[in-house]
Design a protein around this ligand. Sequence first.
Ligand SMILES: [Zn+2]
Ligand SMILES: [Zn+2]
Length: 466
Amino acid sequence: MDYIKVEGSIILPAKVDGSPDVFQCPHFTLVKPSWVPDGQSSYCELCSIKFTQLKRRHHCRMCGAVRCSKCCGNKIPLPQLGIEEAERVCESCRTVAELIAKSRSTVDNFLIDAAKGLSSFARHEKHIKKLVELGGMQALIALASTDAVTVLSPVISGLQALSNHTALHNHLAEAGAIKAICKILSNVGDHNEQIAVDGINALRVFCKSANFKTKALNDGGLQPVLSLCWSKNDVIALLSISTLGLIAEHLGTHPAIFDSKHSTVPRLLDLALSPDEKTQEVALKVLAILSTGTPQHKHRLVQDDVNSGRCLHKVLESNPTNPQILCNVACLVGNLATNMEDQGALQDLMHGCYRKLSSAESKLELLCHLTRALANFAVHKPNVSHLTFAVPDVVKYCLKSSVAPVQAQSMRLLLTLLGHAPARVSSLLISEGTLAFLTNLGGLPGFIDAVHTSLANDAPSIAKPL
Ligand SMILES: [Zn+2]
Ligand SMILES: [Zn+2]
């Protein structure tokens, strides 16, 4: 038996007889519960009355528990169990059982009642147990195949509430909840703010989990998100972009994002200059994630930035109050800097990075990204003559930093520059504080070993006499 634990309750989720994917097969039938043997209970669990010759035991057809006639007196049809005639259902199952039965109706008002009722159960922690045990989750997902917004609105809010319970993720995904969410998002778009917000929030939960990100993508999660990034509704756009960031962590999605008909990268570059700093931060974060991919995609990003009027340079030159904006753009530039073919187009950004060093002194994360970017630029020999101008600032703000990653990146930068222009850079280092540079060399992990190995080739420890 596959018990799960939700909000402290031990739950045995309802099982579908046949395909568990009730979004594809909305006319599902549940596996009937096994009946609790008569002898196992001498009291009615609902009202505590003792069973006797006169107070007979009755089985609830929904949960299989033994109840007294008062607590199990109602008879209703249970199409979800394949039972069309009215059967006994106990008081603790009745509401959900009726809602599930209604969800299979063809009458619009019944569908609305069912969606609202089941959704309300999903949103109340105390009621989730009954909902999941009796198949209410499946009924909610099956309702997503209708088109009426009055039904879809409570459905998506219920699914969003259920998605907050990690223990339910497997069951939700297996039952087709992600497909249901994507279908609703694709069909309703941003015409209804509540539906879009609940839908993206639910999808976002699955995209956060490494296990379900791929499932969310296979179930069609990318397209509605790409489309909603263009929403004129700021809340929806921001949520969609941040969800896109989670999706883009999966490198396999980059071709679809770069080639999407929605011109996603130009849109993100545009949002990088949004008047809202949170939007700027999130758009730049997604761009930075997209810059971790292939050289071709980095090149596309650089080209899109040039075509968009060099948004990244404008961001780098700005002084936002949100410190994460500059960190994200510096991280992005650092990633782009490894592309040799784009060095010409990246010159402005390289200069922007070293001009930012002096104002980044106390901002350690930014300093680290800036130094990494400069170290990446230094690999390209033609950049060296420009970067030597940055040496005094690098020594002052980075090399002497007490933060190890900043120190390590500045060492990488200086060593690369030394390799390309030893005379010029060493004279600069002597005038700017060689001591710190030399002292730190010994502390670089593996550095001494590498020097030993290199020296050993030219100066072996054992030799034959001449
Ligand atoms: Zn009773
Ligand atoms: Zn029952």
